[in-house]
Design a protein around this ligand. Structure first.
Ligand code: MG
Length: 402
C-alpha cells in the first residue's frame, strides 16, 4: 500500500482535462459525465490512467458547475486510485485556460513529466502511457499520432478540392500529450501573457513557445468519445471487457407490527401495519443488498452494517443498497440486472410496482429496464400467509473485469 500523501513530489503527473461543456454525446450532460457500463466516462478515464501508471499523481480539471457530478464520479473509484487523485482544480473559459490552471496547481508537486489527457478518452493503455513518458523524457515535448488511413483533401468554401495532402506525412493526433513539466508550464504562462489564444492543443502551445514537438506512436484503440455513436461503441467495448459474470441471491424477512406504513425498495407504502426492524426494515432493499454482496462474494448486509452498531438504528436502507452498488463499481464492474420478489398477502404491491422499480434503479444508479419487482402471496399459508411478516427474495447479476 502506498501511503505517500498526494502532495509529495511526484515524478509523473497526469492532468485530466474535464472542464468542457460538450453535450453532443447525448442526454444533456457534459459528455465526461455520461454513464457508460455503470460508471461515468470520467471515472473510466481516471481508472484507466491509474491502471496504466499506478504511481502517477492524477490531477483533474473540472468545470465549477460540475462539482457534484465529479464527486459522484470519483466515488466509483477504488481506494488505490482515489489515493493518487488530487483535489480537482476549476478550469477556465477555454481549454488552454483550464490546462494552465491545472499546471499551476501542480507546480507545488514538482513533477518531472506531465501528461495532459482528454477526459473523453477512456481507453488509454499502459503501453501508450509508457511511450508518452519515454518520449517526454527524451524530447521534452511529444504527442501521440496515428497514421491516417483516409486520404485527406483540403477544400475551399464551395467544397471544391484545392489540395491533396501527402498521406504518408500526416498524423491524426491524440492525447496524452507529454511534456517536461517546467517546459510546458512556462510555455503556457508565456502564451497567456502574450494573449496567444488560437492554440488548440498543448503541442501548439509548445510550438508557439519555440519548442520542437516530437510525434510518437499513438494507439488506434485510444478513441475519443465525441458523438452519440462513439458512446455506443465505447460502451460495447467496456462491457466486452467485463467477462466475469456473476449472480448473487438475497433473502430477508421482517415481522409486521404496529404502524401505518412499510418501506419497500425505498418507497413508503401506506399500510395498516409496519415492519419491525433495527433500520427502517425495508425487507426488499435488504434482500437486494444481500444479492449484490453475494455476487461480489463479499460478506452480507449484517457484516457490512452490523445491527449492533447504533449508527444504523432507524437508518434508511437505501444507504445499504447504494453502498453495495458502489462496491460493484469500485471493483470496476456494473450491475447488469436485479430481479426481486416480495411475498406477502398485503399490502398489494401491483399499484406501487413501478414506483418501487424506479426507486431501486435510482438508488443503485442503473436504468429502470434492468430492475424487475414481482410479488406473490403464499396462499394464506405460513407466516406470510398469516400476515405476521413479509419476505423478499432477490437475484442480482453483475459483470466484473476478469
Ligand atoms: Mg433485514
Amino acid at each position: 500500500m502506498n501511503l505517500r500523501p498526494p502532495s509529495a513530489s511526484a515524478e509523473l503527473a497526469i492532468l485530466v482535462v474535464a472542464a468542457g461543456r460538450g453535450a453532443r454525446a447525448g442526454d444533456g450532460l457534459p459528455k465526461q459525465y455520461r454513464n457508460l457500463a455503470g460508471r461515468t466516462v470520467l471515472a473510466h478515464t481516471l481508472a484507466a490512467l491509474h491502471r496504466a501508471a499506478p504511481e502517477a499523481l492524477i490531477a483533474p480539471v473540472i468545470h465549477p458547475d460540475d462539482l457534484e457530478l465529479y464527486q459522484a464520479s470519483v466515488a466509483a473509484l477504488d481506494a488505490s486510485a482515489a489515493r493518487r487523485l488530487k483535489a480537482p482544480v476549476f478550469g477556465g473559459a477555454t481549454r488552454q485556460d483550464s490546462v494552465r490552471a491545472g499546471l499551476e496547481a501542480l507546480e507545488a508537486d514538482r513533477p518531472g513529466v506531465v501528461l495532459i489527457h482528454d477526459a473523453a478518452r477512456v481507453f488509454a493503455s499502459k503501453a501508450l502511457i509508457e511511450r508518452a513518458i519515454f518520449a517526454a523524457t527524451a524530447h521534452g515535448a511529444a504527442i501521440p499520432g496515428v497514421a491516417v488511413t483516409d486520404t485527406i483533401k483540403e477544400i475551399d468554401a464551395d467544397c471544391a478540392i484545392v489540395a491533396t495532402a501527402p498521406r504518408a506525412r500526416l498524423r491524426a493526433v491524440q492525447t496524452p500529450q507529454a511534456f517536461d513539466f517546467e517546459l510546458i508550464l512556462s510555455a503556457h504562462r508565456k502564451a497567456a501573457a502574450a494573449g496567444a489564444v488560437e492554440l488548440t492543443d498543448d503541442a501548439a502551445i509548445a510550438e508557439w513557445a519555440g519548442h520542437r514537438v516530437h510525434v510518437f506512436e499513438g494507439d488506434t484503440g485510444n478513441m475519443k468519445i465525441t458523438s452519440a455513436g462513439d458512446v455506443g461503441l465505447a460502451e460495447a467495448r467496456l462491457i466486452r471487457d467485463l467477462q466475469d459474470i456473476r449472480t448473487g441471491q438475497g433473502y430477508d424477512v421482517h415481522a409486521l407490527g404496529p404502524g401505518d406504513h412499510v418501506w419497500l425498495g425505498g418507497v413508503k407504502v401506506t399500510h395498516d401495519q409496519g415492519l419491525v426492524g433495527h433500520s427502517d426494515a425495508d425487507v426488499l432493499s435488504h434482500a437486494i443488498t444481500d444479492a449484490l454482496f453475494g455476487a461480489l462474494a463479499d460478506g452480507d448486509i449484517g457484516s457490512h452494517f452490523p445491527p449492533s452498531d447504533p449508527q444504523w438504528r432507524g437508518a434508511a436502507s437505501k444507504i445499504f443498497l447504494a453502498a453495495a452498488a458502489a462496491n460493484v463499481r469500485a471493483r470496476g464492474g456494473m450491475i447488469a440486472h436485479i430481479d426481486a420478489t416480495l411475498v406477502c398477502e398485503r399490502p398489494k404491491v401491483g399499484p406501487h410496482r413501478d414506483a418501487i422499480r424506479y426507486s431501486i434503479a435510482a438508488i443503485v444508479d442503473i436504468p429502470v429496464e434492468r430492475v424487475a419487482v414481482k410479488a406473490t402471496t403464499s396462499e394464506r399459508l405460513g407466516f406470510t400467509g398469516r400476515e405476521e411478516g413479509i419476505a423478499a427474495m432477490a437475484i442480482a447479476t453483475i459483470r466484473l473485469p476478469l
